[in-house]
Design a protein around this ligand. Structure first.
Ligand SMILES: [Zn+2]
Length: 401
């Protein structure tokens, strides 16, 4: 089709059925005698030379022995969709490299069309996905959007086996019900076959995992523990900074711009930040003591024996409890309460990858960032499976990207 200026507006490819080959039933795909023909339909195909391209075809109806009069099986189409599978796969693959908005822009289609294509792609993948051999699960909560309401959290379930790390499930909220729903979706075979589960200290998760996967060794994620310690150091710093400034003390200067140097691992602080940190540590400030406690805890992860790790934990908690720093004492209490789970890290040593959950979380954050513009949970859910689910992909005869 040409526009009034003579430029091609679209390419139309008219498809005719092969006279000698019978149509196939769309239900069972067995050849069946013809019945009649429907009106011609248009399917959007992959753009050729940047020109929108359509298939035109009048589908036949066939009379199947088992399914009666049905529309024939059309290899490039899925149901009533107006796009060919090739185009949906094309948009979906690009939708993983570019944002959906960019994909729509580049290929002259709508955001909605890209969304529907990815949805189709993901649904196919989820239906074909194999869940055999899942031994280690990581469960975590992710904050999404603005605000701290229940709906601003997602529960994610990852497979964190060394040979396969992927997102298995994502659901709204971070309640017991959410996690139960997720485990149910994976099915009893998966849950009963688990050897390790890894999570934060979030109580609803601990309870559900203890109840539903009791055979699995429950390990607390190292990066979560580090996070709790960092938060405690930061609380001490903020409180102290406010107090010193209120008293007009010079020492408040030492705490300025120290948030990040304090939260980093001590061995990674260099240059001027290091000098400031050293000066701070030489002071008698509470922040310095909190930082030293945090750094001392690093040692915990280097033990080989559960017994020695346990002894170290006792010693550390004893010091923290006597530190007169309330946030540090809170962490100590929390670690004591979950001592067994913490020590499971040493029982699982070498078997469970430390940092797998953290790595996947970071990837999720890239997708959930507002710039991608997912207004609905549904769209984001699909995008997450699409990028992190390692789903099988529908085959297509032509690969355009
Ligand atoms: Zn049939």
């Amino acid at each position: 089709m040409l526009s009034h200026r003579g430029k091609p507006q679209s390419i139309e490819i008219t498809v005719q059925p092969h006279g000698g080959i019978r149509g196939r039933c769309s239900q069972c795909q067995r050849p069946a005698p013809g019945y009649d023909r429907l009106r011609e339909r248009r399917w959007l195909f992959v753009p050729l030379w940047g020109i929108p391209t359509y298939y035109l075809y009048a589908p036949r109806r066939v009379e199947c022995a088992s399914h009666g009069v049905v529309v024939e099986h059309i290899p490039w189409s899925d149901g009533k969709r107006r796009m060919t599978c090739a185009m949906m796969g094309f948009l979906a693959r690009w939708g993983r490299r570019l944002s959906w908005r960019e994909t729509a822009l580049v290929f002259q289609t709508s955001w909605e069309a890209v969304y529907r294509s990815v949805e189709w792609f993901v649904q196919w993948g989820l239906a074909q996905r194999q869940l055999e051999g899942v031994e280690s699960l990581g469960v975590d909560e992710i904050h999404w959007g603005r605000g701290l309401q229940a709906d601003n959290f997602l529960t994610v379930i990852y497979q964190i086996d060394a040979h396969c790390r992927r997102l298995l499930w994502v659901g709204r909220r971070r309640s017991k019900a959410t996690l139960r729903r997720g485990l149910k979706a994976l099915g009893p075979e998966v849950v009963q076959g688990l050897r390790f589960v890894c999570s934060d200290l979030w109580k609803p998760y601990l309870q559900v995992l203890a109840a539903e996967a009791e055979q699995a060794l429950h390990v607390l994620d190292r990066f979560h523990i580090v996070m709790h310690l960092n938060q405690a150091v930061d609380q001490v710093r903020r409180a102290e900074s406010t107090r010193l400034r209120a008293q007009g003390k010079q020492a408040a200067q030492g705490l300025k711009h120290m948030r990040w140097p304090l939260l980093r691992r001590g061995s990674r602080v260099r240059g001027r930040a290091r000098q400031k940190l050293n000066a701070l540590l030489a002071s008698k400030l509470a922040t310095a003591r909190a930082w030293e406690l945090k750094e001392a805890f690093q040692h915990f992860w280097h033990y080989k024996s559960v017994v020695w790790a346990g002894a170290f934990l006792d010693y550390w908690c004893y010091r923290a409890m006597r530190s007169r720093l309330e946030p540090m004492r809170q962490v100590a209490r929390m670690l004591r309460t979950h001592e067994e789970l913490l020590l499971n890290w040493f029982r699982a040593k070498g078997e469970i990858s430390n940092g797998a959950v953290e790595g996947l979380n970071n990837k999720i954050r890239v997708v959930t960032r507002r710039a991608y513009g997912f207004r609905t949970f549904k769209a984001m859910e699909i995008a997450l499976y699409h990028t992190l689910g390692r789903l099988p992909e529908p085959e297509s005869t032509h690969r355009f990207c």
